[in-house]
Write a protein that binds this ligand. Structure first.
Ligand code: ME8
Length: 515
């Protein structure tokens, strides 16, 4: 039985259209899911939409439609984004589905049974935009006398009967859990942030609302709607079959290996979620990775500024794989990043076209012309040949290590270093000159290059699937040999295998002149 690997994106609010930030998180998960599948794991990759709560209800009202019709429409936009960006999620969950309502109510009943939830009254601040409660000392005074949360969201005073989760009782257990699992929160800076927040003291958490109806009813007390974050977080186990903890998916795939989230929702995933789970007698996830925040040409991305980047427009302009590459290469994963058109064009032309693309183009066209359009025959390898091949084979353990800590950019750096090395090798070995002076050596050099390109294409496949499949087609690598058991010398290219006509994979991006 193959080893399980379970990865999730946040489920996105359907109050708005998908933008580059949503595409980014799901892309990172997709690359990880593809890599792990190629590495022999049984992957479960989950994404979906978060459809309840006041924020969604207000957006539906503003759009003049009932909430479910509104959710159907916007949720479909997220599915369409996934199709367009070639995300390979195994499931797409919507919190309005009956399976999810059942899971949330079962989790609630379990928490009640264990004495973890009690009825009281909430009086305090709430930010609909964040769907979060705030303490008075966290807020600033904004214009018009409004209270403003640290995220910039406006808060309103709320006073209503509410059920509370005994979060305060979990403070020490959470701290002990972080201590015992040093990799639970990555990057490390985020871990420190969470630990100091928890050390600062936890208050019991209001987990139901009575002033609106768009949500999941509290079982046995239907006036109350479950707090949208308790509802939303539960999606991760709903999808695996909860409340049936003997369901095959649950048994195999819980606890999740990685919940990938943006830094904005760190507290919900690393404080509330493990506390809810432990309180219900369930295991917490193994890791929460909080990545950074994208800005657009230095500006915060927001609908009001009008600078929202539509990922579909981006891929239509630059190409899907180019965008996939840019997003994960440009910024060290975990840090904030800025989208700038000039940086995108630079990456396309310098990394993709001049480096990797040129290497493949040069190698494959010389082979087509001089080796009867077949994988060349290799003679004895020199030390230089062996060193290049070794670096190519070594990419697998190196990238495995980087992807296991979600360091996508480091994996890409390693891969591009080998592509750069192969370009230097071709310049030094000058196969076009060897053609006249030493044709046998020319074949060896071209073989080493073709084999290096095979390794580069396999290791890059999770990042840029279409382009790398095209590259592997050009090397006549069969579909069933495109996985990581093949990334070694034992499965090297076979001399004499017929190769199709070479084609450019990464064209230069030339901007159309202004009209
Ligand atoms: O928070 N840069 O949903 P949401 C990077 N429904 N990532 C960004 C981004 C940006 N500028 N903007 C958004 C919710 N994201 C809840 C989640 S999970 C149980 C419930 C990404 O639609 C990032 O992953 O507001 C962030 O955490 C997520 O979208 C927030 O999506």
């Amino acid at each position: 039985m193959s080893k399980p690997y379970t990865i999730t994106t946040p489920i996105y609010y359907v109050n708005d259209s998908p933008h580059i930030g949503h595409a980014y998180t799901s892309l990172a998960c997709d690359v990880l899911a593809r890599f792990k599948r190629m590495d022999g794991y049984d992957v479960h990759f989950l994404t979906g939409t978060d459809e309840h709560g006041q924020k969604v209800a207000k957006s539906a009202e503003a759009a003049g439609v009932d909430p479910l019709t509104f959710c159907d429409r916007v949720s479909q936009n997220f599915r369409d984004l996934g199709t367009a960006m070639q995300f390979t999620n195994d499931d797409f969950i919507r919190t309005t589905e009956p399976r999810h309502v059942k899971a949330c109510q079962a989790l609630w009943a379990e928490l009640i049974k264990r004495g973890e939830i009690y009825l009281d009254k909430y009086a305090g601040w709430y930010a609909v935009r964040d769907e979060a409660f705030y303490a008075a000392d966290e807020l600033k005074d904004g214009p018009n006398g409004k209270k403003i949360a640290p995220s910039g969201a406006e808060c309103e005073w709320v006073e209503e009967p509410s059920y509370f989760f005994k979060l305060s009782a979990w403070q020490d257990k959470l701290l002990a859990f972080y201590e015992k699992n040093p990799d639970f929160i990555l990057p490390a800076s985020r871990r420190n942030e969470v630990i100091s927040f928890v050390k600062g003291g936890l208050r019991d958490l209001s987990v139901s609302r009575t002033t609106f109806t768009w949500g999941i009813c509290v079982p046995g007390d239907e006036k109350h709607i479950m707090y949208v974050w308790l509802d939303a977080l539960t999606n991760y186990i709903t999808a695996l079959g909860y409340p049936d903890t003997n369901a095959p998916l649950y048994k195999k795939h819980w606890p999740a290996d990685v919940h990938m989230v943006g830094k904005d929702i760190l507290r919900f995933h690393t404080v509330y979620w493990p506390a809810f789970l432990m309180a219900a007698g369930l295991e917490p996830p193994k890791r929460v990775f909080a990545h950074g925040w994208w800005t657009n040409e230095g500006q915060k991305i927001s609908k009001s500024t009008g600078n929202v980047i539509n990922p579909l427009e981006l891929t239509a302009t630059y190409g899907l794989d180019q965008v996939r590459y840019f997003l994960l290469r440009e910024v060290p994963f975990g840090q904030d990043g800025d989208y700038a058109k000039a940086a995108m064009i630079q990456r396309i032309n310098s990394d993709l076209s001049n480096n990797f693309g040129n290497l493949a183009q040069r190698t494959l066209s010389i082979i087509a012309k001089n080796c009867n359009a077949a994988v060349p025959n290799a003679g004895a390898f020199t030390d230089v040949d062996k060193a290049l091949l070794q670096r190519a084979y070594n990419l697998l353990p190196l990238c495995r290590g980087h992807l296991d800590v979600q360091a996508f950019n480091k994996a890409l750096d390693e891969i591009w270093a080998v592509s750069g090395e192969a370009n230097r090798y071709i310049d030094e070995q000058v196969p076009w000159t060897l053609k006249k002076t030493d044709p046998a050596r020319m074949e060896t050099v071209l073989y080493v290059l073709a084999e290096t390109i095979r390794c580069l294409a396999l290791i890059t496949l999770p990042f840029m699937p279409s382009s790398m499949h095209k590259m592997l087609n050009q090397l006549a690598v069969p579909e069933d040999k495109r996985n990581y058991t093949e990334l070694n010398a034992q499965h090297a290219l076979k001399a004499g295998t017929a190769l199709p006509a070479p084609q450019g994979i990464f064209p230069r991006f030339v901007e159309a002149p202004a009209a």
